[in-house]
Design a protein around this ligand. Structure first.
Ligand code: KG4
Ligand code: ZN
Length: 333
């Protein structure tokens, strides 16, 4: 008998639904909200409203693409947190209501753990224990993964996340939100010629707010002398910023690998789509005898396939959530 789960993701500004059958992802639908692009960041209330508009058809499409009926589902999974409260509530409530109507259990999933477990969607999969640099718009962590359900945060950011550093610096440059992909694109045509500071923090931890301020002061000073400085140098500015962020991330990852002796190394989350991070990780892997695991681009951004994959491991252990469960915007790994 086949076993099938539906998973729903609605933590930030992407509404996702995915179906997993017998450990295989059979559909993965994402509707990204483009409404925040010109607003400089995700507007929480707008995000919740857009989730409400999208969730019905996104779920229907995931079910129909999987070639199943809702009555075939064995359980429904949802992102419980971390994320925006209003956004999470839409997914949690939808999942609970549908599961009640179908009289099937529900499974709660931690969004950040799911980013990490997205490495189990396709071969090759990392062996336990592995280290995962989890870098998104809201988080920057080095996680030691000892099992599907056994993770320990070795280091985290003390202020801004890496994605936030890209987005805030990009905003200073006049780029639309989210700026990360734009900086990546510009940097490919530039050179990292402008020196930017590396923060001094405890081992395995990160800090990006000082870099953002230094970047702002640097540009303000240059623009004073030449108002067209940013426009003329945007590729080199982007390359300098990107290379500094990637350097900071990889330095701590190297330290964590030396400290733990772990050489299975993965990256996950939105910023793991960054081409320089991917390139540098591969470039340094042989120096450290690392086996590196880089997710497919479709699994770097927020998606429900990773929620389905994480839920599958819980389903096998019959780890179901009670029906009075609520969203938790600050849920930790
Ligand atoms: O994981 P994600 O899709 O959403 C969160 O859970 O936060 O990550 C979004 C973040 C944004 O900050 C975005 O700018 C960044 O990932 N990002 C990138 C790239 N693609 C997305 N940052 C740098 N380079 C990229 N190619
Ligand atoms: Zn995410």
């Amino acid at each position: 008998m086949t076993e099938t789960l539906l998973a729903i993701e609605s933590s930030c500004d992407d509404t996702g639904a995915s179906v997993i059958t017998d450990a295989q992802i059979v559909s993965n639908v994402v509707s990204s909200q483009l409404d925040h692009r010109d607003l400089g960041g995700v507007v929480p209330e707008l995000a919740s409203r857009k989730h409400m508009e999208a969730i019905g058809w996104v779920v229907n499409e995931a079910v129909s693409k999987a070639g199943i009926k809702k009555e075939d589902l064995n359980a429904i999974a949802f992102t419980r947190g971390p994320g925006l409260m209003g956004s999470l509530l839409v997914g949690v409530s939808f999942a609970k209501s549908l599961a009640q109507a179908l009289s099937i259990p529900i499974i709660e999933v931690n969004h950040m753990e799911a980013h990490i477990l997205s490495h189990f969607i396709d071969e090759p999969v990392p062996a336990f224990p592995f280290l995962c640099l989890t870098v998104s718009g809201g988080h920057t962590q080095i996680v030691q993964v000892d099992g599907y359900n056994k993770m320990k945060v070795l280091g985290h950011t003390l202020d801004d996340a890496a994605g936030e550093a890209f987005d805030k610096a990009g905003k200073i440059m006049g780029l639309p939100y989210p700026a990360g992909p734009h900086i990546d694109r510009l940097a490919q045509k530039g050179n990292a010629i402008f020196p930017l500071p590396h923060p001094k923090v405890k081992d395995f931890h990160f800090s990006f707010s000082g870099l953002k301020t230094a970047f702002l002061y640097f540009l303000q000073k240059q623009v004073k002398d030449d108002p067209a400085f940013i426009e003329k140098n945007k590729n080199d500015i982007a390359a300098s910023l990107q290379s500094t962020i990637v350097d900071i991330l990889l330095k701590e990852l190297i330290k964590a690998s030396h400290h733990t002796g772990i050489k299975e190394i993965a990256i996950a989350g939105g910023v793991s789509a960054n081409s320089e991070l991917r390139k540098q990780l591969i470039a340094i892997s042989s120096n450290h005898e690392w086996r590196v695991y880089i997710p497919k681009l479709e699994y770097c951004v927020d998606n429900a396939a990773m929620i389905a994959q994480a839920a599958w491991f819980k389903y096998k252990e019959k780890e179901f959530a009670p029906f009075n469960i609520t969203a938790d915007p600050r849920l930790r790994v």
